[in-house]
Write a protein that binds this ligand. Structure first.
Ligand code: PXP
Length: 247
Protein backbone atom coordinates (compact mmCIF):
# COMPACT_ATOMS: atom_id res chain seq x y z
CA UNK A 1 0.00 0.00 0.00
CA UNK A 2 1.61 3.25 -1.07
CA UNK A 3 1.58 6.43 1.02
CA UNK A 4 -1.43 8.66 0.38
CA UNK A 5 -0.67 11.54 -1.92
CA UNK A 6 -1.62 14.99 -0.62
CA UNK A 7 -3.33 17.55 -2.84
CA UNK A 8 -2.40 21.20 -2.42
CA UNK A 9 -4.84 23.48 -4.20
CA UNK A 10 -3.38 26.67 -5.63
CA UNK A 11 -5.99 29.45 -5.49
CA UNK A 12 -4.03 32.16 -7.34
CA UNK A 13 -6.36 32.23 -10.31
CA UNK A 14 -9.44 32.89 -8.23
CA UNK A 15 -7.64 36.13 -7.36
CA UNK A 16 -6.77 36.64 -11.05
CA UNK A 17 -10.49 36.76 -11.87
CA UNK A 18 -11.20 39.06 -8.92
CA UNK A 19 -8.43 41.46 -9.87
CA UNK A 20 -9.51 41.57 -13.53
CA UNK A 21 -12.39 43.82 -12.44
CA UNK A 22 -11.15 45.27 -9.18
CA UNK A 23 -14.11 43.79 -7.31
CA UNK A 24 -13.92 41.96 -4.01
CA UNK A 25 -15.31 38.76 -5.61
CA UNK A 26 -14.55 35.95 -6.26
CA UNK A 27 -12.80 35.72 -2.90
CA UNK A 28 -9.73 33.41 -2.98
CA UNK A 29 -10.06 32.80 0.76
CA UNK A 30 -13.65 31.58 0.35
CA UNK A 31 -12.39 29.35 -2.49
CA UNK A 32 -9.64 27.99 -0.23
CA UNK A 33 -12.16 27.12 2.48
CA UNK A 34 -14.39 25.40 -0.07
CA UNK A 35 -11.43 23.47 -1.54
CA UNK A 36 -10.42 22.36 1.96
CA UNK A 37 -13.91 21.11 2.73
CA UNK A 38 -13.92 19.24 -0.61
CA UNK A 39 -10.73 17.36 0.25
CA UNK A 40 -7.72 19.61 -0.38
CA UNK A 41 -4.98 18.72 2.09
CA UNK A 42 -3.41 22.15 1.86
CA UNK A 43 -3.69 25.50 0.12
CA UNK A 44 -0.98 27.14 -1.96
CA UNK A 45 -0.81 30.83 -2.80
CA UNK A 46 1.88 32.73 -4.67
CA UNK A 47 2.36 36.31 -3.52
CA UNK A 48 4.10 37.70 -6.58
CA UNK A 49 6.25 40.78 -6.49
CA UNK A 50 3.73 42.63 -8.72
CA UNK A 51 0.68 41.35 -6.71
CA UNK A 52 -1.00 40.39 -9.99
CA UNK A 53 -3.23 37.87 -8.22
CA UNK A 54 -2.78 37.13 -4.51
CA UNK A 55 -2.39 40.23 -2.33
CA UNK A 56 -0.93 40.77 1.11
CA UNK A 57 -4.30 40.87 2.86
CA UNK A 58 -5.22 37.51 1.24
CA UNK A 59 -2.21 35.96 2.95
CA UNK A 60 -3.21 37.44 6.31
CA UNK A 61 -6.77 36.15 5.92
CA UNK A 62 -5.62 32.70 4.75
CA UNK A 63 -3.42 32.43 7.84
CA UNK A 64 -6.31 33.45 10.08
CA UNK A 65 -9.03 31.32 8.52
CA UNK A 66 -7.57 28.17 6.94
CA UNK A 67 -8.16 24.82 8.65
CA UNK A 68 -5.38 23.20 6.55
CA UNK A 69 -1.69 24.09 6.06
CA UNK A 70 -0.76 27.11 3.94
CA UNK A 71 2.11 26.82 1.48
CA UNK A 72 3.33 30.30 0.54
CA UNK A 73 5.10 30.46 -2.80
CA UNK A 74 7.64 33.25 -2.78
CA UNK A 75 10.55 34.68 -4.71
CA UNK A 76 13.95 34.75 -3.03
CA UNK A 77 13.77 38.43 -2.12
CA UNK A 78 14.21 40.28 1.17
CA UNK A 79 10.66 41.62 0.92
CA UNK A 80 9.16 38.13 0.60
CA UNK A 81 11.35 36.76 3.36
CA UNK A 82 10.08 39.48 5.72
CA UNK A 83 6.48 38.70 4.75
CA UNK A 84 6.99 34.97 5.32
CA UNK A 85 8.56 35.61 8.71
CA UNK A 86 5.65 37.88 9.64
CA UNK A 87 2.88 35.47 8.62
CA UNK A 88 4.64 32.19 9.40
CA UNK A 89 2.91 29.86 6.92
CA UNK A 90 3.30 26.12 7.40
CA UNK A 91 5.62 26.01 4.37
CA UNK A 92 7.40 28.42 2.06
CA UNK A 93 8.14 27.27 -1.46
CA UNK A 94 10.91 29.34 -3.02
CA UNK A 95 10.32 29.93 -6.72
CA UNK A 96 12.07 31.96 -9.40
CA UNK A 97 10.14 35.01 -10.51
CA UNK A 98 10.38 37.19 -13.56
CA UNK A 99 8.06 40.14 -13.87
CA UNK A 100 7.39 39.59 -17.58
CA UNK A 101 6.58 35.87 -17.37
CA UNK A 102 3.01 34.59 -17.58
CA UNK A 103 3.66 31.90 -15.00
CA UNK A 104 6.64 30.40 -13.17
CA UNK A 105 8.64 29.25 -16.17
CA UNK A 106 11.34 27.11 -14.64
CA UNK A 107 12.72 25.94 -11.35
CA UNK A 108 14.93 28.03 -9.14
CA UNK A 109 18.64 27.55 -9.79
CA UNK A 110 19.42 26.34 -6.27
CA UNK A 111 22.95 25.46 -7.31
CA UNK A 112 23.72 28.80 -8.99
CA UNK A 113 22.01 30.90 -6.30
CA UNK A 114 23.37 28.95 -3.37
CA UNK A 115 24.89 31.96 -1.60
CA UNK A 116 21.63 33.93 -1.79
CA UNK A 117 19.44 31.00 -0.76
CA UNK A 118 21.50 29.70 2.16
CA UNK A 119 20.72 32.52 4.66
CA UNK A 120 17.11 32.65 3.46
CA UNK A 121 16.56 28.91 3.99
CA UNK A 122 18.22 29.17 7.40
CA UNK A 123 16.01 32.11 8.48
CA UNK A 124 12.84 30.32 7.36
CA UNK A 125 13.85 27.11 9.10
CA UNK A 126 14.71 29.01 12.26
CA UNK A 127 11.17 30.46 12.25
CA UNK A 128 9.70 26.95 12.02
CA UNK A 129 8.63 27.36 8.37
CA UNK A 130 9.12 24.30 6.20
CA UNK A 131 11.32 25.25 3.26
CA UNK A 132 10.53 23.84 -0.15
CA UNK A 133 12.62 24.55 -3.26
CA UNK A 134 10.85 24.53 -6.63
CA UNK A 135 13.50 22.96 -8.85
CA UNK A 136 14.05 21.25 -12.16
CA UNK A 137 14.37 17.47 -11.82
CA UNK A 138 18.15 17.25 -11.99
CA UNK A 139 20.83 15.73 -9.78
CA UNK A 140 22.64 19.08 -9.65
CA UNK A 141 19.59 20.83 -8.16
CA UNK A 142 18.89 18.00 -5.68
CA UNK A 143 22.50 18.16 -4.59
CA UNK A 144 22.11 21.90 -3.93
CA UNK A 145 18.88 21.24 -1.99
CA UNK A 146 20.76 18.75 0.19
CA UNK A 147 23.50 21.30 0.85
CA UNK A 148 20.86 23.92 1.67
CA UNK A 149 19.29 21.45 4.15
CA UNK A 150 15.89 21.93 2.49
CA UNK A 151 13.40 19.45 3.97
CA UNK A 152 11.28 19.53 0.79
CA UNK A 153 11.77 19.92 -2.96
CA UNK A 154 8.95 20.51 -5.41
CA UNK A 155 9.80 19.11 -8.83
CA UNK A 156 8.74 21.27 -11.78
CA UNK A 157 6.40 19.24 -14.00
CA UNK A 158 5.85 22.02 -16.54
CA UNK A 159 8.05 20.52 -19.24
CA UNK A 160 6.33 17.13 -18.83
CA UNK A 161 2.92 18.81 -19.11
CA UNK A 162 3.88 20.67 -22.27
CA UNK A 163 5.04 17.52 -24.05
CA UNK A 164 1.49 16.47 -24.89
CA UNK A 165 1.56 16.29 -28.68
CA UNK A 166 1.08 13.04 -30.58
CA UNK A 167 4.70 13.10 -31.77
CA UNK A 168 6.11 13.93 -28.33
CA UNK A 169 5.53 10.61 -26.55
CA UNK A 170 9.25 9.76 -26.56
CA UNK A 171 10.36 13.11 -25.14
CA UNK A 172 7.58 12.89 -22.56
CA UNK A 173 8.84 9.48 -21.41
CA UNK A 174 12.35 10.91 -21.08
CA UNK A 175 11.03 13.78 -18.95
CA UNK A 176 8.96 11.39 -16.83
CA UNK A 177 12.10 9.32 -16.23
CA UNK A 178 13.98 12.48 -15.16
CA UNK A 179 11.20 13.27 -12.69
CA UNK A 180 11.15 9.70 -11.32
CA UNK A 181 14.96 9.61 -10.98
CA UNK A 182 15.03 13.01 -9.25
CA UNK A 183 12.25 11.93 -6.87
CA UNK A 184 14.15 8.76 -5.97
CA UNK A 185 17.41 10.66 -5.44
CA UNK A 186 15.78 13.29 -3.23
CA UNK A 187 13.90 10.73 -1.15
CA UNK A 188 17.05 8.63 -0.73
CA UNK A 189 18.65 11.70 0.81
CA UNK A 190 15.78 12.26 3.23
CA UNK A 191 14.09 15.08 1.29
CA UNK A 192 10.29 15.03 0.95
CA UNK A 193 9.24 15.23 -2.69
CA UNK A 194 6.41 17.36 -4.03
CA UNK A 195 5.59 18.11 -7.67
CA UNK A 196 3.53 20.54 -9.64
CA UNK A 197 2.91 22.89 -12.56
CA UNK A 198 0.69 22.27 -15.54
CA UNK A 199 -1.01 19.21 -14.04
CA UNK A 200 -4.55 18.32 -15.13
CA UNK A 201 -6.92 15.41 -14.52
CA UNK A 202 -5.75 14.17 -17.93
CA UNK A 203 -1.99 14.15 -17.28
CA UNK A 204 -1.67 13.73 -13.52
CA UNK A 205 -1.63 9.91 -13.41
CA UNK A 206 2.04 9.20 -14.30
CA UNK A 207 3.21 11.87 -11.82
CA UNK A 208 0.88 10.62 -9.08
CA UNK A 209 2.24 7.12 -9.66
CA UNK A 210 5.84 8.08 -8.78
CA UNK A 211 6.01 6.43 -5.35
CA UNK A 212 8.33 8.98 -3.68
CA UNK A 213 6.06 11.94 -4.52
CA UNK A 214 4.08 12.92 -1.42
CA UNK A 215 2.22 16.04 -2.54
CA UNK A 216 1.00 17.66 -5.74
CA UNK A 217 0.30 21.39 -6.00
CA UNK A 218 -2.28 22.14 -8.66
CA UNK A 219 -3.98 25.39 -9.60
CA UNK A 220 -4.74 26.56 -13.11
CA UNK A 221 -6.45 23.43 -14.44
CA UNK A 222 -8.46 22.98 -11.25
CA UNK A 223 -9.80 26.52 -11.33
CA UNK A 224 -10.53 26.11 -15.06
CA UNK A 225 -12.48 22.90 -14.39
CA UNK A 226 -14.32 24.68 -11.59
CA UNK A 227 -15.91 27.03 -14.14
CA UNK A 228 -17.80 24.06 -15.53
CA UNK A 229 -18.36 21.71 -12.59
CA UNK A 230 -17.84 23.88 -9.51
CA UNK A 231 -14.75 23.98 -7.32
CA UNK A 232 -15.78 21.20 -4.92
CA UNK A 233 -16.40 18.78 -7.80
CA UNK A 234 -13.16 19.82 -9.53
CA UNK A 235 -11.19 19.09 -6.34
CA UNK A 236 -12.95 15.73 -5.92
CA UNK A 237 -12.25 14.76 -9.55
CA UNK A 238 -8.53 15.62 -9.19
CA UNK A 239 -8.38 13.69 -5.92
CA UNK A 240 -10.01 10.69 -7.63
CA UNK A 241 -7.56 10.82 -10.55
CA UNK A 242 -4.62 10.96 -8.12
CA UNK A 243 -5.93 8.12 -5.96
CA UNK A 244 -6.65 5.92 -8.99
CA UNK A 245 -3.06 6.38 -10.25
CA UNK A 246 -1.65 5.67 -6.80
CA UNK A 247 -3.37 2.29 -6.72
N1 PXP B 1 3.83 24.73 -7.91
C1 PXP B 1 4.50 25.90 -8.05
C2 PXP B 1 5.78 26.07 -7.33
C3 PXP B 1 3.98 26.94 -8.86
O1 PXP B 1 4.67 28.08 -8.99
C4 PXP B 1 2.73 26.75 -9.47
C5 PXP B 1 2.13 27.86 -10.28
O2 PXP B 1 1.87 28.95 -9.48
C6 PXP B 1 2.06 25.54 -9.27
C7 PXP B 1 2.64 24.53 -8.51
C8 PXP B 1 0.73 25.27 -9.87
O3 PXP B 1 0.80 25.26 -11.26
P1 PXP B 1 -0.51 25.21 -12.12
O4 PXP B 1 -1.26 26.48 -11.81
O5 PXP B 1 -0.03 25.12 -13.51
O6 PXP B 1 -1.29 24.01 -11.65
Amino acid sequence: MSVRLRLGVNIDHVATVRNARGTDYPDPVAAALLAASAGADGITAHLREDRRHIRDDDIARLRAELPVPLNLEMAATDEMLAIALRHRPHAACIVPEKREERTTEGGIDAAGQFARLAPMCAALAQAGIRVSLFIEPSAEQIDAAIRLAAPVVELHTGRYAELDGPDQAGAREVELRRLADAAALAAKNGIEVHAGHGLTTGNVAPIAAIPQVRELNIGHALIADALFVGLAEAVRAMRAAMDAARG
